[in-house]
Structure formats: structure tokens, C-alpha cells
Design a binder for this molecule. Structure first.
Ligand code: AMP
Length: 400
């Protein structure tokens, strides 16, 4: 009999669970799926096995336990159930690991208690992750389960990059500092960039631009993160689909004092109704490009603001790193939107950055270079794969 070689990756949100089952012998997907609207009327499960038809069902699922049981039933129908001996571990995406979790960690009661202690700094994300972990542990208490933290890759940031310039006692009392997010993606993409350049990660300095609906940049020196654009929460930094990114903190006081908005309303404004959607009503870059092609001025301005912020971070991270070997685009926008890549690099020749129009126009799911041959700094597109990275980290931990 072969030893257990499958890893189930769970990404639990407040009303959804995304999952993938991977075969770690070759990193292939055996099944992928999603449960949405958990706890609402008409929860929906969509399950796609690697060698079968996509299956969809709508049924009431009161909570995460019902959802996970439904996922387990789908996997069982494919002969890949949670009780099958081939399952080596479950890997959980956990958004906030604070300063304590710098590595993927086997989940124990003590670890779970520590993740719970981090809820005040991650009130929107960690509670859902905790429910997912509890549910999976109840279903398979004997199976190793691993937490892979979005913040872990960024814990190598030096203190001068991680600290806000606010009163030290107040900051420390409330654990206020820059933690950074999307770490699993930045880790994977910076490593794959080194591989694309034929180098060891320890030899290269990379700026990673993770441009999805959420967006963040990171400066990675020799495989270690030295700065990243998200902060205490994922709100800081780049312009995103629905988040503002950087604003003067006094904007919030102004909205409170002058506009009379409540703190929750301001939170909602900056996280859900700002960024591209706030600027032009759309957060999908495809739609924004279509509108620009039709001469829409608001879409044009939104695009220009998005690109301007991106350029500022690229310039800043060139300064932080000193020597840059590659700038890498990833995630939905970064991988697919050639006009964003072109516009972000425009005028940055002084930094050794340029894109080749033909290479930039190529559509591909493979890691690739888009800079002209012989460029001082490589510009690359590397598709991210957070689930594979979570599965790899989980598997290597339980296999040691
Ligand atoms: P993600 O969060 O990484 O899944 O990225 C989602 C975002 O990627 C969407 O909101 C779109 O703005 C963008 N996106 C996806 N596909 C394309 C595409 N073909 N062209 C431009 N943008 C895209």
C-alpha cells in the first residue's frame, strides 16, 4: 500500500468554504470545490473532480459542519472521502498568525487558543478560519491538521518596516503594527520567479505585485520579505477592487466628525465601497478596460489612479531593495491584464524596467518573462497557486 499522499486544503470564510484535494506525488488536483451561502437559504455546493463532471447542489446548510459534511460526501462519492487511508493531512488557510506564527504549524488545542487570541486584530477573518478548523478536527480528530498563515512570510520584515510611527506603548498594548497578508502567494511567486531566472531564491531580489481583487506588493530580498504594502489589516497599500488602500488616516476622523458617519460605516466605505468600485462603479479590470475603450472618463481615471499607486510602490521597493533582479506580476489582474502591466512599467526605464509589447500580449498559464531580451531587470508573470503552496507546506510538515 502506498503511504498517505493526499492533502485537503480548506479556506473557510464567514459564509463559504473553498477546498481542493491535491495529490502530493505530483501536485495535481484531484477535486476542487466551493460551498457558498452557508447559514443562509439555499446554500450551494459546486464540486469538480479531476476526472469527472462538475456537480452542483443546493441544500440548506446551517453551518460549517453541515457544509464540511457535504464536502466529505462529495469526496466519498469519488472514492476520496475524508476517511480514506490516502489522506495525509488537512491544511487550513489562516489569515492572521500575528507575530507568534512564523511557520506552518500543526494544530493543537494550544495553537487554536492562540489563533483565537488573535481575533481582536483580525475580527473579519480569523473567526471563520477557527470554525473551519474546529469542524474539520471534529470530523477527523486523528488526522494531522496544519495552519498555514497569510502573515507568516512577512514576519521577517525588519522592525523599521513593520512599525508604524505612533506612540510605542499604545501600539504595543494593542498589537498595532504592519503584519502584511497574501504571504502564501508572495512566498510561492517569489520562489517561482527565482526558478524562472534559473537561480536559487537566496540569490535574487524580487518585487512581487499580487494584483487580484485584493492587491498587495512585497519586496523580497534573498527569499525573505523585507517590506509589504498591507498593514495591520489588508486595507493598507495599493488601490484594490473594493478597498481604498493608502489614505490619510485623518480621512476617517473627517468622515466621523464632519460627515457624521459611524466607525462601522467608515469601515464599510473603505473596505467595500472604495478602490476601483468606488472610483468608477466596477471592480473587474476587464469591464474597466472595455469602458475605457468606449471613451468612459471615470473608468479611465480609476485605471490611472490604480496604476499611479502601483508605480509608487514599485519605485519605493526599488529603493528598499537597492538591487532588483525581477518585478513579478501575479493574481487575476497581474496574470491577465496586459494593459495594467504595460502602464505600470511605462516611464520606469530609469529603474531598468520595461516590457516587450509582444511578450506582454501572450496569454498563458505558465510563468514567463515579458521584459525585452537583455534587460537589466527581469519583468515576469508568474501565476500564483496558494492552494498548492498550502498543501506543500502542510505535507512537508507532517511528513517530517
Ligand atoms: P483574484 O482575486 O486573483 O481572483 O482576481 C480577480 C480579479 O482579476 C477580477 O476582479 C478581475 O479584475 C481580474 N481579472 C480576472 N481575469 C481577468 C482578465 N482576463 N483580464 C483582466 N482582469 C482580469
Amino acid at each position: 500500500m502506498t503511504s498517505p499522499h493526499r492533502v485537503l486544503v480548506l479556506n473557510s470564510g464567514s459564509s463559504s468554504v473553498k477546498y481542493q484535494l491535491l495529490d502530493m506525488r505530483d501536485g495535481s488536483r484531484l477535486a476542487v470545490g466551493l460551498v457558498e451561502r452557508i447559514g443562509e437559504h439555499g446554500s450551494r455546493l459546486v464540486h469538480t473532480p479531476a476526472d469527472g463532471e462538475r456537480r452542483e447542489r443546493t441544500a440548506p446548510m446551517a453551518g460549517h459542519e453541515a457544509a464540511l459534511r457535504a464536502v466529505a460526501a462529495e469526496l466519498s462519492a469519488d472514492g476520496l472521502g475524508l476517511d480514506s487511508p490516502g489522506l495525509a493531512a488537512i491544511g487550513h488557510r489562516v489569515v492572521h498568525g500575528g507575530l507568534r506564527f512564523t511557520e506552518p504549524t500543526v494544530i493543537t488545542d494550544e495553537v487554536l487558543a492562540e489563533v483565537e487570541r488573535l481575533v481582536p486584530v483580525a475580527p473579519l477573518h480569523n473567526p471563520a478560519n477557527i470554525v473551519g478548523i474546529r469542524t474539520a478536527r471534529a470530523l477527523r480528530p486523528d488526522l494531522p491538521q496544519v495552519a498555514v498563515f497569510d502573515t507568516a512570510f512577512h514576519t521577517t520584515m525588519p522592525e523599521h518596516a513593520a512599525r508604524y510611527a505612533i506612540d510605542v506603548e499604545t501600539a504595543d498594548a494593542h498589537r498595532i503594527r504592519r503584519y502584511g497578508f497574501h504571504g502564501t502567494s508572495h512566498a510561492y511567486v517569489s520562489r517561482e520567479t527565482a526558478r524562472l531566472l534559473g537561480k536559487d531564491p537566496s540569490e535574487v531580489n524580487v518585487i512581487v505585485l499580487h494584483l487580484g481583487n485584493g492587491a498587495s506588493a512585497s519586496a523580497v530580498a534573498g527569499g525573505r520579505c523585507v517590506d509589504t504594502s498591507m498593514g495591520l489589516t489588508p486595507l493598507e497599500g495599493l488601490v484594490m477592487g473594493t478597498r481604498s488602500g493608502d489614505v490619510d488616516p485623518a480621512v476617517t476622523f473627517h468622515l466621523r466628525r464632519v460627515a457624521g458617519m459611524s466607525v462601522d460605516e467608515i469601515d464599510e466605505l473603505l473596505n467595500k465601497r472604495s478602490g476601483l468600485v468606488g472610483l468608477c462603479g466596477d471592480n473587474d479590470m476587464r469591464e474597466i478596460r472595455r469602458r475605457i475603450d468606449e471613451g468612459d472618463e471615470r473608468a479611465r481615471l480609476a485605471f490611472d489612479i490604480y496604476v499611479h499607486r502601483l508605480k509608487k510602490y514599485i519605485g519605493a521597493y526599488c529603493a528598499v531593495l537597492g538591487r532588483v533582479d525581477a518585478v513579478t506580476f501575479t493574481a487575476g489582474v497581474g496574470e491577465n491584464a496586459a494593459p495594467v502591466r504595460e502602464a505600470a512599467m511605462e516611464g520606469l526605464e530609469i529603474l531598468g524596467l520595461a516590457v516587450d509589447a509582444e511578450l506582454n500580449a501572450v496569454r498563458s498559464g505558465e510563468p514567463r518573462l515579458i521584459s525585452p531580451a537583455g534587460s537589466r531587470v527581469a519583468v515576469a508573470v508568474v501565476p500564483t497557486d496558494e492552494e498548492l503552496e498550502i498543501a506543500r507546506q502542510t505535507y512537508s510538515l507532517v511528513n517530517n
